[in-house]
Design a protein around this ligand. Sequence first.
Ligand code: FDA
Length: 388
Amino acid sequence: MTSHFDAVVIGAGAAGLMCAMEAGSRGKTVAVLDHADQPGRKILISGGGRANFTNLHCRPDNFLSSNPHFAKSALARFTPEDFLALVRKHRIPFHEKKLGQLFCDRSARDLLDMLLAECAEAGVQLFLGSSLSEITRPDGFHIRTSRQTFTAPALVVAAGGLSIPKIGATGIGYDIARQFGIKVIEPRAALVPLTFSARDLAQFQELSGVSTEVTASVEGQAFREKMLFTHRGLSGPAILQISSYWRQGGAIEIDFAPGEELFAPLRGRNARRDPASAEAALRSVLPQRLAARLIETAPPTGWTNAALDEAETRLHHWRFLPAGTEGFSKAEVTAGGVDTDALSARTMESRAVPGLYFIGEVVDVTGHLGGFNFQWAWASGAAAGRAL
Ligand code: FDA
C-alpha cells in the first residue's frame, strides 16, 4: 500500500511533533513515522518526569555546535515565549525551578498530550511501530517501512541522537544524512557523568553520594553548580554541563570552593597550623567526608605561608583526568551530528538535497542543561514546519 503526503516526518519526538503540527496547521498533509509504539518517550522521562521544557534565558551561547551562529535564526524566530503561549493555551500548570528553567507542575505527560492534541487538530497522521526499510528519491521521496510505503516531496528527519538506546534511540538520522552525501560530525555522549581512573576511584569511591558546589572548567568554559561523587566517578549539574565540552584524554579543572579562602583560619597571628586545624578549616566550607578525604590524600606539604598558598591553589585548581564517560546509555543528549554547513539556518533544509530537512538533536546543535535542548527541538521543528 502506498500513501502520499506533502511531508513525511521520521521521529515522533519533540522536534518531529512540533514540525508536524506547524506544517499541518498551515494546511499540509503530514505523516509522522516512528519505530516505537508510543510517541514522545523521551519527553515523558525528561526532567525527572516533569520535563524542563524551556528556559526563559535562552541565548545562542547556551548551545554548542561546530558553527556557533547556526542556531541563532531558528531560536530567534521561535522563542521560549512562543512555546509558553502554547502551554498556556492548553492550561498546563508550570513553575520556574531555578535559573529560568520551566517545568510542568504535574507531569511531562501534559506536554506530550498538548503536542498530540495540536497534531490531531492539524490533521497530522501518526504511524507508530513503523520500521524503516528503505528511502529512495526517484521523484520526491519514497519511504518504505515494515507496514507500507509513503511518497512525499519533503522528508523531515527528526530521529534524535544516540542517547538512551533502551527507549528507542538509533543512529538512523545519521545514516540518512550519509546516504544523501551529507557530512555527520562524529556523535559523542554529552550531558553525561564522567568516570574515574583506577587511581581516583581508589581515592574517591567511598565519597559516593557527597555533593558540593564547585566550578568545573575546561577550555575557557566554566560552570558553577553542584558536583556529585558517584560510585564510578563524578556527576551533578556542574559535571554534566562540562562533559559536553570535554574530549577524551583532556583534563577538567575543579575549584572545590569557589570564592572561598579555605585555609584563612590558619592565617591569623596566633592560629594553630597542624593537620587537625587544616581539616577543621576545610570542614567549615566543604562536606565533612570530602574535607577529610582531601586532607588525607593531599595535605599541605608544610605550614609556612608558601605551603598553605600551594595547598590552597591545589584545591581551587584540582586537575581531574576522567577515564571516560558513562556513555550513551546515561547521556542526556548526543553532541555532534548532521553538519550545520549542509543546512539552511532558516529552514533546516539540506542545501544539496531539496526537500530533505533535519531537525532537533540529530543536528550538530547541543544545548546546555536546563531546558535548552527542548527549546532547540521546538525552534528547529517550527523552522522546518513553517517552510514545508
Ligand atoms: P527524540 O529523541 O525526542 O525523538 C526521536 C524520535 O525518533 C523517537 O521517538 C524515536 O523513537 C524515533 N526514532 C529513532 N530511531 C528511529 C528509527 N530507526 N525509525 C523510526 N523512528 C526512530 N532536554 C531538556 O531540554 N529538558 C529536560 O528536562 C530534558 N531531560 C532529559 C532527560 C533524559 C533522561 C534524557 C535522555 C534527555 C533529556 N533531555 C532534556 C533532552 C531532550 O529529551 C532531547 O534533546 C529531545 O527529546 C530531542 O528531541 P528530538 O525530537 O530531536 O529527539
